[in-house]
Design a protein around this ligand. Structure first.
Ligand code: NAP
Ligand code: F7E
Length: 328
């Protein structure tokens, strides 16, 4: 039985990945932090076969102890402060966890895994936010980085640290440059879920309007369930490498609103939307659109869920959750 250690198991991708790896026959270990973390219950109810281990990406000795205890074949480093807006307000903490956390996790793999024939394979959750103020469109593995937030800067550090540990120590360390991926497990702070949840609540008469920032930004949005499979495929390759994972299709926040309200059967959506300066960012990423040709050719990976299907799936989930909550 293969053993996988996932950091960020309580997050959107950690929950998808742990289920995917369990169906592949893995024994899954998830790193959880803090005291009495309320998300632990959700994760355990969803996948009772997971074993949880306590540690923190800010604490190297906890990571070394966990890798020693778990003896993983594969480590998926998904833990991070991942909300770009928060990273502007807590820049140092973001650098500490999203940036230095990668170095610490790699150090634990290097120290416990030993020298040249380190048996532990490592996945780093890199991000399209590293492209930021894009130098070319669409973006691929060779597009230069120009991050626009403390989050993006920290991810560039994590990305190059992963490349460096691969080159310097021969670790099988791969980096997935994933574009935005969403789904019903997405946090309510991110724009897709904020929109589908608000539209469901407006449809149910529980909310009058939704306050948003920049409606013109465009993102390449895919389904998280599809994207975690690409992570796993990277670690099954003979050689470690970097891969862009994306749909190749971009939509604006305006398109997202139009689609979600249309699915809900509401045409005059503009009257429900208020623009609020609080949701604008000090520096914006205007357009992201990925070229995933390499992932398609080398990993045999491609997205299955379309933008329309994604919005529909999220809206229907929110409609069900919100009506159940209202009935209680
Ligand atoms: P998410 O839902 O925000 O989950 C983040 C996870 O990190 C949570 O489980 C959180 O645990 C954990 N974490 C935070 N601080 C930690 C610390 N000090 N030590 C250990 N764990 C800590 O993020 P996601 O959407 O699943 O994304 C997974 C990874 O992919 C992240 O690294 C993100 O930056 C990256 N990424 C995401 C996307 C996307 O579109 N979703 C795209 C590209 C890259 P708690 O429950 O304890 O808070
Ligand atoms: O914003 C605009 C906002 O917060 C998307 C993370 O998973 O993907 C995610 O980062 C866009 C931005 O995601 C609101 O200005 C307008 O242009 O949903 P988001 P993100 O910043 O793209 C990348 C790939 C990651 O790696 C990150 O971890 O939507 N926007 N109005 C808004 N965004 C939010 N959150 N809230 C608004 O009210």
């Amino acid at each position: 039985m293969k053993r996988a250690l996932i950091t960020g198991i309580t997050g959107q991708d950690g929950r998808h990945l742990s289920q995917f790896l369990s169906t592949k026959g893995y024994q899954v270990f998830g790193l959880v932090r803090g005291q009495n973390n309320p998300k632990i219950e959700v994760v355990q109810a969803e996948n009772p076969s997971i074993e949880l281990v306590e540690g923190d990406l800010r604490d190297l000795s906890s990571l070394i102890a966990i890798v020693e205890q778990v003896q993983p074949d594969e480590v998926y480093n998904l833990g991070a402060i991942s909300f770009v807006q928060l990273s502007f307000k807590q820049a140092e903490l973001t650098a500490e966890i999203t940036g230095l956390g990668v170095l610490r996790m790699l150090e634990a793999v290097r120290i416990v895994g030993g020298g040249e024939n380190n048996p532990i394979r490592f996945y780093q959750a890199s991000s399209s936010e590293m492209f930021g103020k894009v130098r070319e469109t669409p973006q691929n593995e060779n597009t230069p980085f120009h991050p626009r937030s403390p989050y993006g800067v920290a991810k560039v550090f994590g990305h190059y640290t992963t490349v460096n540990y691969r080159e310097a120590y021969g670790i099988h360390a791969s980096s997935g440059i994933l574009f935005n991926h969403e789904g019903p497990k997405r946090g309510l702070e991110f724009v897709t879920r904020k929109v589908t949840n608000a539209v469901a609540r407006i449809k149910l008469g529980l909310q009058d309007q939704i306050s948003l920032g920049n409606l013109e930004a465009k993102r390449d949005w895919g389904y998280a369930g599809d994207y975690v499979e690409a992570m796993w495929r990277m670690l099954q390759q003979d050689e470690p490498d970097d891969y862009v994972v994306a749909t190749g299709e971009a939509h604006s926040i305006r398109d997202l609103l139009e689609t979600a309200f249309r699915i809900a059967g509401i045409d005059d959506w503009e009257r429900f939307v208020v623009q609020d300066p609080r949701f604008y960012r000090p520096a914006e990423v205007d357009l992201l659109i990925g070229d995933a040709s390499k992932a398609r050719e080398k990993l045999g990976w491609e997205p299955r869920v379309s933008f329309e299907e994604l919005v529909q799936m999220m809206y229907e989930n929110d409609l069900k959750e919100e009506s159940e909550k209202a009935a209680r």
